[in-house]
Design a protein around this ligand. Structure first.
Ligand SMILES: C[S@@+](CC[C@H](N)C(=O)[O-])C[C@H]1O[C@@H](n2cnc3c(N)ncnc32)[C@H](O)[C@@H]1O
Length: 283
């Protein structure tokens, strides 16, 4: 009797010890995994630091040109950095979006002549790059510039399918457009300026990429208290006046505030590159 009562307890204790042992082992294994992960991340950081050191000596932009600036809108590009690009297509190419619905009129307004070089900065799905590519023809060129490598791949595939050989996808950084100096006639920045995390840096690098007298067409949301949708008030960090001043400060002059009846939520501004370095670079 006594033995049969003790038996299950012994079994329970042995099983308990076994479980404690297993969890203990698992703990060690988990600790080993964590150590290995930390080591891997340390190596990655070291590699990135090495790359950064090389970049800072080979970059076409000097430290003074890429003025130090805080990241203004840290989480705004979460969706646009994703590898899952289908939601991006759904949002940007919705017929209910006035930019997509008005894309041909908008391209006509931007008006690059045949042979021109256009930079579609923050190209997204690249639908405007396609329209520009047809406008500028085979003697012209469209740089489709964005921070998302997966989108770059899709833009290249779609251009191939459409037989457009004059679209060049350019993967840029959150601070620089990564275009050759003095290579662009017209830059188009549509619903992108408010997505610039480092607007001074992006605009300074764009200033370098434009040919003398090159133009920038900026389309962005009206942000007016009591008028604009709550989404816009929360999503867009500032309105037309603030963005205009920032762009003027980056070395541009305003040459047109277009009156467009087919857009109600967005304004269209046209700037021209001024000669000489942007003012803040002369400090
Ligand atoms: C609202 S979408 C607009 C896309 C496109 N221009 C359109 O109107 O359909 C904003 C785009 O800006 C891109 N973007 C964000 N920061 C950028 C930067 N610093 N330089 C270039 N593109 C950027 C995003 O990846 C995204 O494709």
């Amino acid at each position: 009797m006594t033995d049969s009562k003790i038996g299950p307890w012994k079994t329970t204790i042995v099983l308990g010890l076994l479980l404690i042992g297993m969890f203990g082992m698992a703990g060690f294994v988990a600790q080993d995994d964590k150590d290995a992960e930390i080591e891997r991340l340390r190596e990655k950081v070291a590699q990135l630091e090495a790359q950064l050191a090389v970049l800072s000596t080979t970059s076409r932009y000097t430290q003074a040109e890429l003025v130090q600036e805080e990241r203004l809108v840290p989480d705004i590009n979460v969706m646009y950095r994703s590898e899952n690009v289908e939601p991006i297509f759904n949002v940007l190419e919705a017929e209910s979006r006035e930019i997509f619905a008005g894309r041909f009129k908008l391209a006509e307004l931007v008006g690059p002549p045949p042979g021109a070089v256009v930079a579609d900065i923050g190209a997204g799905t690249g639908f405007m790059s396609h329209v520009f590519a047809q406008q500028v023809g085979p003697s012209g060129k469209v740089y489709a510039v964005d921070i998302n490598p997966v989108m770059m791949g899709r833009i290249a595939e779609n251009a191939d399918e459409a037989g457009l050989t004059n679209i060049e996808p350019i993967l840029c950084t959150d601070k620089t457009v990564e275009l050759p100096d003095e290579s662009v006639d017209i830059a188009f920045i549509c619903d992108v300026y408010h997505h610039f995390e480092y607007p001074k840096n992006s605009m300074t690098s764009l200033w370098h990429a434009l040919k003398p007298g090159g133009q920038v067409v900026v389309v962005d949301f009206h942000r007016i208290e009591g008028v604009s949708r709550p989404f816009i008030m929360g999503h867009v960090r500032a309105g037309e006046e603030v963005f205009t001043q920032e762009i003027l400060d980056a070395g541009f002059e305003l040459i047109n505030d277009h009156d467009v009846d087919y857009l109600t939520e967005n304004y269209v501004l046209r700037f021209r590159k001024l000669d000489g370095q942007p003012e803040h670079n002369e400090k």
